[in-house]
Design a protein around this ligand. Sequence first.
Ligand code: G6P
Length: 607
Amino acid sequence: MCGIIGIAGPEGSDVVPMLVQGLKRLEYRGYDSVGIAVVSDGRIVVRKGAGKIEEVARVKGFPELHGSVGVGHTRWATHGRPSDENAHPHLDCKGRIAVVHNGIIRNYSELRERLESKGHVFVSETDTEVIAHLVEDELRGPESFMEAFRRALARLEGSFAVALLYAAEPRRIFFARMESPLVLGLSSNANYLASDIPAFLDYTDRVIVLRDGEMGWITSSQVYIEDWRSGRSVEASGRLRKIPWTAEMAAKSGYPHFMLKEIYEQPAALRNSFRGLAGDKSLLKAAEIMASADRIFVAAAGTSFHAGLFFDHVLGRLAGRIAYTLVSSEYHRLEGVVGRGDVLLAISQSGETIDTLKAARLALSRGARVVALSNVIDSAIPRESSIAIYTRAGPEIGVAATKTFLTQVLALTMLAARMGVASGHLDEGDAKNIYQALFKASSLVRKTITATEGVVRELADWLAGKHSAYMLSRGIGVPLSMEAALKVKEIAYIHAEAYPAGESKHGPIALVEKEFPVFILSEPGLEEELEGNAAEMKARGAKVIVVSGTGRPSRHLDLQIRVPGAEDFMTPYTHIPPMQLLAYYTAVKLGYDPDKPRNLAKTVTVE
Ligand code: G6P
C-alpha cells in the first residue's frame, strides 16, 4: 500500500534529502507515484508526479526544494489512476494544508459532494483530497488547527494513516491513524513519522507505534499524542520502545536486490528466531491455551497463509490435532462459527494486514482467544491479540516474503511441538528431539543454498521462456509447493500453480504438453506416490524437476535439485530456498525488479 514519511527537523536544517531517502526505503509499500511537500517561508511547496522515485525526483526537481519540516508519500493507486494530479501530497483550496494518506476513505464521494456544493474545488480523483478540504472547511476563526483536524477526523469513515502540514504552523507535522499503520521515530534533534520503521531507521531506532484513534503532532523536539475520540492525551514516553533493528539490516549491503539478501539472511534469521523462541514464555503460554482449546482456527494472507497451512500439517503430526485454516479475507465465514473456547491463530509478518486484523477482531468479539504470530513488535495484530509470538527475522524489505516465511514455519513447528507436549501427545524427550532438529534449520538452509544455487540459476534461464508451471507435492510439501508457486508468480510473472500431486489428475494434467515445467517437491515417506505422479506428467511430455533429499535416481525425472536429506517437518529449510532462488533468478533473467513486483505491495492495509 502507500508509504508515508514525515520529518520535523531543527530550524535551518534541510530534510528534503532525508525525505527522499525515506521514500526509497518505503518504495516496497507501493510505487506508482511519489511526492513531497515542505513548508518554506510560511508557504507549502509541493513536488509530485507519477513514476519511480529517482525519475520523479529528477524531472520534478526535488533537490531544488529546501525545508526543515516536510512530508513525503509513495503511492499504490486505489482511487484514481497513477498520474501527476493523483499523486500525493494533496492540498486544500488555498494551498495552506498538505495531506499524505495511506488507506481508503470510504465515504469520500459523499464528503466530496458536500464540500463541492460549498465551493471547494477538487483537482484530483483521489479520496485523499477530501481530507485537505474537510480540514480547511472545519478551520474556523481563532480555533487551533487541532480542533479542526479533530472534527474532520470524526467525519471520516474508513482506514487511514495521515500526515498533514499547515502553513500557519510551519514547525509541526500533524498526524492521525485509524486501521492503517503509522509509527513515530524519536531522536535528540528531530522527530519522524512513517508507515513503517525502515523509513527512518537510518536516523533512529526509538519508536512509538500509534494505535487506532490516535492523533497528534510532532516538532523537532516535541511529541503530542491524544485519542481523538475521548480527547485524552497519551503519555508518549511510556510507549517509547527501542527496536532491535539496525539501519544496516534495512540496507542492501552490496546485494543487487533485497530479495537475494534476505534469502541469504535466512540462516541468521532462523538462528535468531530459534534462540528467541526456545525460552519464550509467550510461546509456551500460547501452546497451553491452544492445546486446551475446543477448536483451532488459523487466519492469514499470502505467504503467511501458506505458513498457516503448514502449521495445520505439522499440528496433526506433532499434536494429533487439526486446525481450520482460512484465507483471512474470508473472515466472514467465522461469523456464527467461532466462539468462546476456541482459539484463532492470526499469522501476519507485518502485523498490519487488514483482513487478518479483522479476522482477529471478529474472533475476539465472539469470545475466542487470539494468538498472533508476527515479525513486527507492537504492530496492530499482536497488540490486539490475547498473546503475541514474534518471529524475530529482522526487517524484510523485498515485497516477496522469504526469511519471514521460514521463521514463521520454525515458530509454528515449535508451537505445535509444545502443544503436543501440553496435550500429552508428545513427551518432553520427543519435544527435545524436535527442538534439536530445528536448531539445525539454520545450517540446513546454508548447506541447501550452497548445494543448489548453481543448478537453479541454469534452470531459471529455461523457466524464463515458459508461461506456466506446476508445483506438486504431498503432505507437508503441499503448502511448500504453494509458497514456491506464489514466489514464481509474484516476481517472475509466470503462471505457476500448486496442487496436491494426487489431485493433479483431476484437471491440471489436461494442460500438460511437451516441455511443460512440473516441479515436484518430494517428501520423505511419500516418494513412491510422488514418483507415480512424476511418471504421469512425464508420459505427457512434461519436463519434470524434482527437489529431493534422497539420492534415489528416478526414470521419470529430467532433473533433480538435490538438497540435504531431512525429515518432513524440516523440508521447508531444504525445499524452499531453491524455489525462492529459482523465482529470483527467473525474474532477473526476464529483466524484472524482484524487490518491487508490479501491482503488489508488502503490506495490504485495505480490504
Ligand atoms: C502481501 C505481501 C505478501 C504477504 C501478504 C500477507 O500480499 O506481498 O508477501 O505474504 O501480504 O502479509 P502479512 O504481513 O500479513 O504476512
